[in-house]
Design a protein around this ligand. Structure first.
Ligand SMILES: [Cu+2]
Length: 123
């Protein structure tokens, strides 16, 4: 192998590396997510649909028309979520890591609601 060939191989490796990283980042974004909506009625928080699957990332879009004031600080202790939403930033993302009934409260522990995490279907 000549020095020139070795140099060419090294160039190829250097050029390929950033592309590989980009491809991986793209794959992460393509991960399937469960889309749910968070609203608020006279009883408290409402998650629609009310059941999600364990282990699959959730994207929760908060309806600012019904979720107002301090209720916009959304706390889901079970999954270490504490996030204040506002216009232009209404999505809360988390991955449910355990199943069962999950509580949602506001930052002051006033408004309450619940949704269900189900075990993934067995095939
Ligand atoms: Cu509150």
């Amino acid at each position: 192998m000549t020095t020139r060939t070795i140099a060419a191989v090294m160039m190829a490796v250097l050029l390929a590396a950033p592309g590989a990283v980009l491809a991986q980042a793209g794959q992460d974004q393509a991960k399937p997510a469960q889309l749910v909506k968070l609203s608020f009625d006279d009883k408290g928080y409402v998650v629609t649909p009310s059941t999600v699957t364990k282990g699959v990332p959730v994207k929760m879009d908060v309806d600012l028309d019904t979720v107002k004031g301090c209720m916009r600080t959304v706390v889901i202790d079970a999954f270490n979520v504490k996030q204040t939403v506002k216009a232009g930033a209404t999505t809360i993302e988390f991955t449910p890591t355990k199943s069962g009934p999950i509580q949602i409260v506001c930052g002051m522990n006033m408004g309450k609601g619940q949704f269900t995490v189900a075990e993934p279907a067995t095939k």
